[in-house]
Design a protein around this ligand. Structure first.
Ligand SMILES: [Zn+2]
Length: 250
C-alpha cells in the first residue's frame, strides 16, 4: 500500500484555550497536533509534525482559525516516531524562506540530526519513507536537554520532562499555570497508554513515567492520539491504574 496515493483529510480544529488550538489526527498513522499563538508577535509554535500526508489537512484546518502556517517559527516534538516527525520534511520545504526551529529531546534530537531512518520507523511496521513521499535528511535540531523550561509565548511557560517508556526520546511538555500536559504517546484519554513494544520501549519505564505525570496537576490533557480531555488528572489516574494492573500481571 502506498500512502502517498492518499490525500489527508482536513484536520478538524478546536480552540482549547485562548491562543491554544488542537488539530485532530488523520485516520492512518498520523498524530494530534497543537498550535500556540503568540499574540504579541503573531508567531506560531507547532507541537508534533504529523505524518506529512496530513500536512495539507493541517494547513486547511489552521486556516479555519486564521492561523497561517507561514507564521510557524518553532516545531516542538514529543518523540521520534514516524507519525509524529515525518511532516517535518515537507513542512521545512514549504517554509524554505524562513525555516522554523526544530526542538526535540536527547535521542529524538540525535535521530533527526543524523537522519536515522530505522529509529523513525520502529520495528517491523513494514513501511518506508517513500510511501509517504518523504525523504529523510539530516536536520538542524535544538536539543531540549539543555532547556528544562521554555517560555514559548508570554502566556505559556512549559517545563520539559523526560518521560521514556514508549520510546527513548519521549518527553512531556507541562504548563503549570494553565495545567496543560502534552505527553506525546505516554498517556491517552479513557485509561489508555502508549505502546511499549517498540525498540527502546519498556513497560516498567512507561509505568514509572505515567506515575510521574499522575502526580502533576493537570486539567488539559493533550495527547498524541485519540481525543483530548479537560479532566486530565482523572484520565491520567485511570491510565496509571490500567498500566499498573498490566505490570502486576507480568
Ligand atoms: Zn510513538
Amino acid at each position: 500500500m502506498f500512502f502517498s496515493n492518499l490525500s489527508g483529510t482536513v484536520k478538524q480544529g478546536k480552540k482549547v484555550l485562548d491562543n491554544l488550538y488542537f488539530f485532530d489526527e488523520n485516520p492512518m498513522l498520523d498524530c494530534n497536533q497543537y498550535v500556540l499563538n503568540n499574540s504579541d508577535t503573531d508567531e506560531l509554535s507547532l507541537f508534533d509534525a504529523g505524518n506529512g500526508i496530513s500536512l495539507k489537512g493541517l494547513i486547511q484546518g489552521m486556516n479555519q482559525f486564521d492561523l497561517n502556517y507561514k507564521k510557524i517559527t518553532r516545531i516542538f516534538l514529543t518523540h521520534e516516531h514516524v507519525d509524529h516527525v515525518l511532516g517535518l520534511y515537507p513542512l521545512l520545504k514549504l517554509l524554505d524562506d524562513n525555516p522554523p526551529q526544530i526542538l526535540a529531546y536527547g535521542e529524538t534530537a540525535q535521530i533527526l540530526k543524523t537522519g536515522n531512518e530505522s529509529k523513525i520507523f520502529p520495528g517491523n511496521l513494514g513501511i518506508r519513507p517513500s510511501m509517504f513521499g518523504v525523504e529523510i535528511v539530516p536536520l538542524n535540531v535544538v536539543d531540549l536537554k539543555d532547556q528544562p523550561n521554555i517560555q514559548i509565548t508570554p502566556e505559556f511557560n512549559f517545563k520539559i520532562f523526560y518521560t521514556p517508556g514508549h520510546s527513548l526520546g519521549s518527553i512531556s511538555y507541562y504548563e503549570k499555570e494553565r495545567k496543560i500536559l502534552i505527553p506525546g504517546d505516554l498517556v491517552f484519554t479513557g485509561g489508555s497508554f502508549g505502546r511499549y513494544d517498540f525498540p527502546g520501549g519498556s513497560l516498567k519505564v512507561l509505568t514509572q513515567s505515567i506515575k510521574f505525570v499522575s502526580e502533576l496537576d493537570v486539567k488539559y490533557l493533550l495527547p498524541g492520539h485519540m481525543g483530548i480531555s479537560s479532566k486530565g488528572n482523572q484520565d491520567i489516574a485511570h491510565s496509571y491504574r490500567m498500566v499498573q494492573s498490566l505490570s502486576d500481571f507480568f
